[in-house]
Write a new protein. Structure first.
Length: 231
């Protein structure tokens, strides 16, 4: 069973809007994390939470300006499967991210694990289903590289500003700025798969393509929920 959750995209600048889709095999874990009391309060998700559970109960409810069924918040594929996956490891790496206004927001991670997977979103056993390339990641020793003024060699707390699908683990009393070693115990990880792209594979590629290491541009897209709209 694969679940697809389509919610308002919090990475878009105020002059634009859209939705983002997330995938999970464990809907209870997704709901526990996404609609935790802390997440709901800090991200003002009470109205979204109500729409989500109406959709889960069987209504066509979207998080967008359309009632198109393909944008229904809660969808599931009873015969959905993860057909292939591959994991990539990085150490001591700067990821060149950008926020919704294309302002550079580079982040540093002492260790990073990025996992890519191909999902077949099949509602019937005999169909090939929609194919999605999705990703999730876990970062340790993560912090933002300061990019302004005379402190360009300094780092700061890496608070996510995009869609709230990231779990954070920060020690208390972190300084506002400092050397990257100060943030060695800071962690970020996604609790759902982020959609990288959707493709209808046909002909010789009906079963998809080999999963290759993501490019720098793809890594920036995968981690777009860290800088978000205005991080």
């Amino acid at each position: 069973m694969i679940y697809k959750i389509t919610l308002f995209d919090a990475n878009c600048p105020s002059c634009t809007s859209g939705t983002a889709s997330f995938f999970t095999e464990d809907i209870a874990e997704f709901e526990h994390n996404y609609f935790s009391d802390e997440n709901v309060e800090s991200n003002q998700l009470e109205a979204q939470k109500q729409r989500y559970f109406r959709s889960k109960a069987g209504e066509i409810v979207t998080d967008y300006y359309s009632d198109a069924p393909e944008l229904n918040i809660f969808q599931y594929a009873e015969y959905g499967t993860i057909e292939k996956r591959k994991t990539f490891h990085y150490k001591d790496k700067i990821f060149e991210l950008h926020n919704g206004y294309l302002i550079p927001c580079p982040i540093y991670a002492a260790e990073a694990i990025v996992e890519l997977a191909q999902i077949a979103f099949k509602k019937n056993p005999d169909e090939e289903g929609e194919k999605y390339l999705v990703a999730r990641y876990s970062l340790r020793g993560v912090c933002c590289k300061y990019t302004f003024g005379s402190n360009k060699d300094k780092f700061e707390d890496c608070t996510p500003y995009g869609n709230p699908i990231i779990k954070t683990c920060y020690p208390e009393d972190l300084p506002y700025k400092g050397e990257k070693e100060i943030y060695s115990d800071c962690k970020l990880s996604t609790f759902a798969w982020v959609e990288l792209y959707q493709n209808c594979f046909k002909g010789d590629h009906v079963n998809g393509y080999e999963i290759e290491e993501p490019t720098e541009e793809q890594l920036a897209w995968i981690m777009r929920d860290i800088p978000g709209e205005a991080g």
